[in-house]
Design a protein. Sequence first.
Length: 265
Amino acid sequence: MNDRDTPVLLLHPPRTTTAELLARAAVWRGHDLVAHVAQAEGRETYWYGGPLAADALGGRLGLGLLEPADDWLAQVPYELLGRSVRLTTLAEARSLREPSFVKPPSAKIDLLPAAVYRDGSALPAALDDRTPVLISGVVEFAAEYRLFVLDGEAVAGSRYAVYGRPDPAPLDEEARAFAREVLEATADGLPGAVCVDMGRLGDGGWAVVEANMPWFAHCYAAEPDRVLDVVLRAAGPLTRVSDRDLPFVRASLPRPNEPAARREP
């Protein structure tokens, strides 16, 4: 096989522990590892790296990066959330008079840290009032878990925090049971490859935290080879994205029949 026919995994810097684990799994499968765009151009390329770099380079590489819809979390049934969640604008969030958790609906906005804000006056002033945000009630998670989901099934997962502090561990049976409940109720509204975070509340109940892009997620104690399955589906060539997943392609990237982004100089 010609070297240029070998699939490429582009690991954009910085190289994290997860990137190193995925790199080993990819090499074992026969992928070439590259760190520079020029080495990947014209080849079947898969991506693991940050969203801002992906936005700058994805068109040039022909990537189809999957991410959850902005309003997915707000559509999750209340009994799986344990709190109110709504998608709105920063203008409404600025009118908050009580502590609320506010975050961007995706990683497209880097000037709005996801955090509990004492009220709307504490939100960044530099952002446009039309900026979309998710506002939710404040809850405390005793433990938090990450699922790597492929076609509605959690193929890998890990605990990643206990009371907000990093503490990776394998999924326990209680976490697996809640994962099945969540995915049965919500997978139809998610990309075919996605991360879903969930948590155990202080009172022993369970709640969904959020959904994220696998191609920018730490695997913690999850099995790297299974995580790689999800990453490759979520961050590969646009030409390989299924019709079902096309609505979940990151909006900053070109869609079929749209002009490609201007090449970098």
